[in-house]
Design a protein around this ligand. Structure first.
Ligand code: AP5
Ligand code: MG
Length: 213
């Protein structure tokens, strides 16, 4: 099963994508996590991506597309994957579409996790992320067992650099301008499904599973 998670920054794409990956035994692929891992390791790609990410802007398609296509060509993606944060522009979606077409394949579902802008800023300021394993928490809604420590790998949790309120505002603007048009793109292909992302994360998950089953 090949699934794309759509939605504004902070809508819960990552939270749901991780749960889906576990449920269906397929890899969770987040371009944001790939960039953050590169930033943490000080790679050339990481340094380049950080310039854009810190301003809430998209990393250019030239850098993003190749990474994603290389990743989905790996052996563990044979039976499908959940994409989280890719595609984010129409050109990215077209490249993915073409690459799948060449294999006689296509996306099964694009799931839009719908959350109004008003809810987003509050969610982001409470988010804590583990830059080692990619786990995310929320200080109120989904707290870790021990404050500031990742349940999964024991590393320190941080507030992401791009989760400051000013940057979140720019990310939302970029989302509406560059990423939201994908809703129509996938709707025209007949694979778009929408879920209400404002309810409890387990209820969001149940709604997505009902679509996929
Ligand atoms: P990326 O890492 O993809 O960030 P994003 O899209 O801005 O989304 P987030 O990860 O912030 O939110 P999310 O929807 O995953 O929400 P989460 O589950 O964490 O990208 C970061 C940057 O990298 C981009 O700005 C760009 O610069 C660059 N980039 C990445 N991909 C790119 C691409 N393809 N092209 C170009 N540039 C790219 O949830 C948010 C919070 O809410 C958490 O604290 C969570 O615990 C909580 N929460 C989740 N669900 C619920 C719920 N139902 N109720 C209450 N709280 C909830
Ligand atoms: Mg995410």
């Amino acid at each position: 099963m090949k699934i794309i998670m759509l939605g504004a920054p902070g809508a819960g794409k990552g939270t749901q994508a991780k749960m889906l990956a576990k449920e269906y035994g397929i890899p969770h692929i987040s371009t944001g996590d790939i960039f953050r891992a590169n930033i943490k390791n000080g790679t050339q790609l990481g340094m380049e991506a950080k310039k854009y990410m810190d301003q809430g802007l998209l990393v250019p398609d030239e850098l993003t597309v190749k990474i994603l296509l290389d990743r989905v060509a790996q052996e563990d993606c044979k039976n499908g994957y959940v994409l989280d944060g890719f595609p984010r522009t129409i050109p990215q979606a077209e490249v993915l579409d073409q690459a799948l077409n060449n294999l006689g394949d296509q996306i099964d579902y694009a799931i839009d996790v719908d959350v109004p802008d008003e809810n987003i800023i509050n969610r982001m300021s409470g988010r804590r992320a583990c830059l080692s394993c990619g786990a995310t928490y929320h200080v109120v809604h989904i707290p870790p067992k021990a404050e500031g420590v990742c349940d999964t790998c024991g590393q320190a949790l941080v507030l992401r650099d791009d989760d400051k309120p000013e940057t979140v505002k720019s990310r939302l603007e970029v989302y509406h301008k560059q990423t939201q048009p994908l809703i129509e793109f996938y709707s025209k292909k007949g694979v778009l499904r929408s879920v209400d992302g404002t309810v409890d994360m387990q209820d969001v998950f149940a709604a997505i599973k009902a679509i996929l089953s």
